[in-house]
Design a protein around this ligand. Structure first.
Ligand code: MG
Length: 178
C-alpha cells in the first residue's frame, strides 16, 4: 500500500523516489524564417534567423510541453493551444509552458519533474555555446536544479531539410513522479 510517507519518499539528495513514475517523449520541428527572432529553450538568440510558427515557435519548449503532456496522457500542445486561435499568436512559449505546468499541478498536486533530456537537431546555430544559458532558462522555468537538465546539439550531417538549413527539430524525453 502506498502510504503518504512512501509516496513522498526522497533520497538524501532530495530526489523523490515515491509515487508513480512516468516517462514522456516530445518532438517538434519548425521552418526557419528571416522575419522572426529565434527563441530556443526560452532564450532569444540574436545572430540567427528565427522560426516560423503561430507562437514564438520555440521548438524546444514545444517538444518539452508535448513530453510533459505525453507523460501524463494530457491533451497535446496542438489541442491545448490551437494554432487557429488568435489568442496564441506570437505568444512566448515560456507562457505556454507556465500554463501547462499550472494545469498539471491542478490535476496532479504531487507532480515533480525528475529529469529532462533534450536533443536539438540543427546545422546552425551551434548549440554548445548556448547550452549553459538554455539550461539556466529551463531550470528557472521548471523550478528544478540545472543538474537534472541535459541539452545536446546534433547536426543532420548535411542531409535532408535539416541539412539544407530549412528548419530545425527538437526531441525531449523526461521522467516525472506523480
Ligand atoms: Mg511547435
Amino acid at each position: 500500500m502506498k502510504t503518504p510517507e512512501r509516496r513522498n519518499a526522497r533520497t538524501p539528495e532530495g530526489t523523490r523516489t515515491g509515487g508513480e513514475c512516468r516517462v514522456g517523449l516530445g518532438f517538434d520541428s519548425h521552418r526557419f524564417s528571416h522575419d522572426r527572432r529565434l527563441h530556443l529553450c526560452g532564450i532569444e538568440i540574436v545572430d540567427h534567423p528565427g522560426l516560423a510558427g503561430h507562437s514564438d515557435a520555440d521548438v524546444a519548449i514545444h517538444a518539452l510541453i508535448d513530453a510533459l503532456a505525453g507523460a501524463l496522457a494530457l491533451p497535446d500542445i496542438g489541442e491545448l493551444f490551437p494554432p487557429t486561435d488568435p489568442k496564441w499568436k506570437d505568444i512566448s512559449s515560456r507562457l505556454l509552458l507556465q500554463a501547462v505546468l499550472g494545469l498539471i499541478l491542478e490535476r496532479f498536486p504531487d507532480f515533480e519533474l525528475v529529469n529532462l533530456d533534450m536533443t536539438l537537431i540543427t546545422e546552425a546555430p551551434k548549440i554548445l555555446p548556448l547550452k549553459e544559458r538554455m539550461i539556466a532558462s529551463l531550470s528557472e522555468l521548471l523550478g528544478i536544479p540545472k543538474e537534472r537538465i541535459s541539452i545536446k546539439g546534433k547536426t543532420n550531417e548535411g542531409m535532408g531539410w535539416i541539412g539544407k538549413k530549412e528548419g530545425m527539430a527538437a526531441l525531449c524525453a523526461l521522467s516525472v513522479r506523480i
